[in-house]
Design a protein around this ligand. Structure first.
Ligand code: ZN
Length: 240
């Protein structure tokens, strides 16, 4: 891979050339690093110059992803694991009991998974139990909050779906159907309310125009804080 030296740091980048590219595009991501896509025939030295020119920005993005990564807790369904649920860090307890069934409950702020002894180390069983439990909670919690905000905002979604998604926290379509990501449970109540208000505001304005943001601001005055929180916690979308 070609390299470029920026402020004393060696940076590798990958070049992708296809006939389909019409412009030179530079992207930096946590997963793929620095990538330059370009049309056929653009000389390497031009790409090199471009990467060098954008050096400060690239370093900034790489640093951002490094920070994200170091904050990301290693998620395993193991006894003692800490999970952020509805704005509170909760300890996961995995314990055995004599019943031949599994059960998950919230006890004194801890998430307790009870399973027969032989399943204590069975990650699949534990994941199934945990996911079923958080999904049921998400269903109740998110629906309750949607009802609350819909009433305040004088709107009514035609349909509400709650699904586990990796790419976005919520969406709203032209038919007035609102979709929320179940993983919102791994954020805070304030962030959940912001996402719900954002999607419900799309029932008035199906765009991100200044008019749309005025609706959001009316019902969620500190939305910028909540947006910033989400930007710093995109890894939560990778939760199980
Ligand atoms: Zn939107």
């Amino acid at each position: 891979m070609p390299r470029v030296r920026i402020q004393g740091t060696e940076i590798e980048y990958r070049v992708l050339k296809t006939r389909l590219n019409r412009y030179i595009r530079l992207t930096v991501s946590g997963k793929d690093g620095v990538r330059v896509s370009a049309p056929w025939g653009v000389p390497e030295r031009d790409l090199h110059a471009m990467v060098r020119e954008k050096g400060a920005w690239i370093l900034d993005r790489l640093e951002h992803f490094r920070r994200m990564e170091s904050q990301q807790p290693r998620w395993t369904l193991a006894d003692g694991q800490r999970i952020l649920i509805m704005g509170e860090w909760r300890t996961l307890r995995v314990i055995s009991w004599e019943w031949n069934a599994g059960k998950v409950s919230l006890e004194n702020g801890e998430v307790v998974i009870r399973v027969p002894f032989r399943y204590l180390q069975d990650k699949d069983i534990l994941a199934t139990l945990f996911n079923r439990w958080i999904r049921r909670w998400a269903d109740q919690e998110l629906r309750r909050r949607v009802d609350l905000h819909a009433e305040r905002m004088h709107v009514a979604p035609s349909r509400l779906t709650i699904r586990a998604q990796r790419s976005k926290w919520g969406s709203c379509n032209a038919e007035g159907s609102v979709n929320l990501n179940m993983r919102l449970m791994y954020t805070t109540p304030e962030v959940i309310d912001y996402i719900i208000i954002h999607e419900l505001a799309h029932l008035r304005e199906l765009n991100h125009s200044p008019r749309f943001w005025r609706v959001v601001d009316r019902y969620c005055p500190d939305r910028r804080e909540r947006q910033a929180w989400l930007r710093d916690h995109t890894w939560l979308l990778e939760m199980p």
